[in-house]
Design a protein around this ligand. Structure first.
Ligand code: BTN
Length: 265
């Protein structure tokens, strides 16, 4: 790593422009997954805004049980939140985080990536970032105890000779001079706090509208992947809950919830 990439708590704190997010933070040299570790060791007793970073992850996790390659040099972080949301609204955190990451990349790299529903940040067909939101339910009353938003951003991406991976994944350095991880982390936290505050203030429709404007799949043919089966469809909208509206090949209209479904362009 070049010297300017001093990834320390002090370097992040010096750049923080937040009130709550990232004000308490830990950087681990290595962990299995910052999401897993957050739930295991921190979520129960840390306050909202606590952020866990790792220099590398040995078992980085993605949506639908996929793994997330996490070598040294990327930004891997998980933010602890305690929102007063219904369980059905947790997807809105992913949507808010998608808007936030696009804002942070625009600010620090000078280009605006797109969102591939629901949780991938892409630019010119290459995935630059993944977001994994998880929720914990209180056993007493079934409400949301806490939520964690995990964000992984490739600053430089090395496909390690794997041509399939090189086709679908990339890094910020493919499109701009990447910022240091501390600068990027502070920007992500600032934009995430801004979106989170809007969400908590009830501005859900405005956040979804911002997210909609970033979507790369609107008015395009997509492939819907569900239970391992692929089906062609046409994407024509996103509703105010963040659900994707598609028309299947046989003309059937479907509303895709995030659960077990993903799309390919
Ligand atoms: C996806 O691609 O489906 C989501 C990937 C999310 C990766 C981030 S990296 C930080 C946090 N820890 C994890 O194990 N996953 C998330």
């Amino acid at each position: 790593m070049p010297n300017e990439d001093q990834f320390t708590a002090g370097a992040i704190a010096a750049r923080l422009e937040t009130g709550v997010l990232g004000r308490d933070l830990v950087i681990l040299p290595e962990t299995d997954s910052t999401n897993t570790r957050m739930k295991r060791d921190y979520a129960m007793h840390r306050a909202e805004g606590f952020t866990l970073f790792a220099e590398r992850q040995t078992a980085g996790r993605g949506r639908l049980g996929r793994s997330f390659l996490s070598p040294e040099g990327g930004l891997y972080m998980t933010v602890l939140l305690r929102p007063k949301l219904a369980l059905s609204e947790v997807t809105l955190l992913t949507i808010a985080a998608g808007v936030a990451v696009c804002g942070a990349i625009t600010e620090t790299c000078g280009f605006t990536p797109s969102v591939k529903w629901v949780n991938d940040i892409v630019h010119r067909g290459k995935k630059l970032c993944g977001i994994l939101t998880e929720a914990s339910i209180s056993g007493e009353d079934g409400t949301l105890a806490y939520a964690i938003v995990g964000i992984g951003i490739n600053l430089r991406f090395d496909a390690a000779g794997n041509p399939d991976l090189a086709q679908i994944a990339g890094g910020l350095s493919d499109f701009a001079v990447p910022p240091s991880r501390a600068v990027l982390a502070a920007a992500v936290l600032k934009h995430l706090e801004r979106q989170y505050r809007r969400l908590c203030a009830g501005a859900r429709a405005a956040i979804v509208a911002d997210y909609r404007a970033l979507l790369c799949c609107l008015d395009r043919p997509v492939t819907v992947i569900e239970n391992g089966q692929s089906a062609p469809a046409f994407c024509h909208g996103l509703d105010d809950e963040g659900q994707l509206l598609v028309t299947m090949e046989d003309g059937a209209e479907r509303t895709l919830r995030t659960g077990e479904i993903s799309i390919r362009l």
